[in-house]
Ligand binder design. Structure first.
Ligand code: BEZ
Ligand code: FE
Length: 290
């Protein structure tokens, strides 16, 4: 059904007025962002010819997100993730030239312990051993001494400590400080694909949309150094299930890294490993702050 000239004129007037209503915000960026948000949300309503019932269902959905949201579980963040908004923000806000960023996800914890560079995070738990090492460099390949790495992942059962009372809250997570050449290394286990929480309104939306609920296996990292733009990212083992169908759209080509069989005897001895074990190597590139 096409829109009559009268309806088009009315919708344009409403959009203009609503955009203009933010023009005097004390923060000019707030004025700009809110006017653009109004513009695009109004265009969405106009183009989809949203019915009142559909609009009410949308409000019910947001209310259901609010009702299930707690300190530990934020359904709005999850909604942002599965809509690809979190990934869009990553892409447009990260400066070009460095390692691509990817979603933070809900399982980052600020209180991870500072461990020695070279830490063994495995503590006798099940899981294929991975020697993960590499460097942090600038965009010219020059090492960044003493860069910081914050690392976290899920356990062999696919769960993060926050989802699994059997796990120590510090399991498979750490902060480490790189050496003078930007080098880091640690021993960990292979991560596993993981489903986003499906017991709330976002899960119902994914089911109604017949969408995949899985994320591919990944390591989470925050890499930072004074004078450089901080990097929130993930590394995805090459060949992981769901790597082409991440439900939160976090995979970037530059973040897919192979696990390689490794028989380095010094490393095997240091960690008490039977060779071959798995090795992952990665160079993180940070962009200088303006
Ligand atoms: C995760 O990486 O664990 C995750 C990311 C986004 C939504 C849910 C989980
Ligand atoms: Fe994750």
């Amino acid at each position: 059904m096409s829109t009559s000239p009268q309806t088009a004129a009315l919708t344009q007037a409403v959009t203009q007025e609503a955009m203009q209503s933010f023009a005097h915000a004390t923060d000019p960026r707030l004025a700009q962002v809110m006017a653009l948000l109004v513009k695009h949300l109004h265009a969405f309503v106009a183009e989809s010819k949203l019915s009142k019932e559909e609009w009410l269902r949308g409000l019910d959905f947001l209310n259901a997100c609010a009702a299930i949201t707690t300190e530990e579980r934020n359904e709005f963040s999850l909604f942002s993730d599965i809509m690809g908004i979190s990934s869009m923000v990553d892409v447009v806000s990260q400066p070009e030239g460095g390692t691509p960023s990817s979603v933070l996800g809900p399982f980052h914890n600020h209180d991870s312990l500072l461990r020695d560079n070279g830490v063994d995070l495995t503590n006798g738990q099940p899981g294929e051993r991975v020697w993960f090492h590499g460097r942090v460099v600038d965009t010219h390949g020059q090492p960044i001494a003493n860069a910081h790495i914050d690392f976290w992942q899920n356990a062999d059962n696919g769960l993060y400590p926050a989802q699994d009372p059997e796990q120590d809250p510090q399991n498979l997570r750490c902060k480490i400080v790189c050496d003078a050449e930007g080098g880091f290394n640690l021993l960990t286990i292979r991560p596993h694909p993981y489903t986003v929480p499906t017991d709330g309104p976002v899960g119902a939306l994914l089911a109604a949309s017949q969408r995949n609920i899985w994320r591919p296996a990944h390591y989470h990292l925050i890499v930072s150094a004074p004078g450089y733009v901080g990097l929130v990212t993930e590394l995805f083992p090459k060949g992981s299930d769901y790597i082409d169908n991440d439900t939160v759209f976090g995979v970037r080509p530059g973040l897919i890294v192979p696990f390689v069989p490794c028989s380095n005897s010094a490393v095997a001895q240091r960690f008490g490993l039977e060779a071959p074990f798995l090795e992952m190597t990665y160079e993180f590139q940070l962009v200088k702050q303006d």
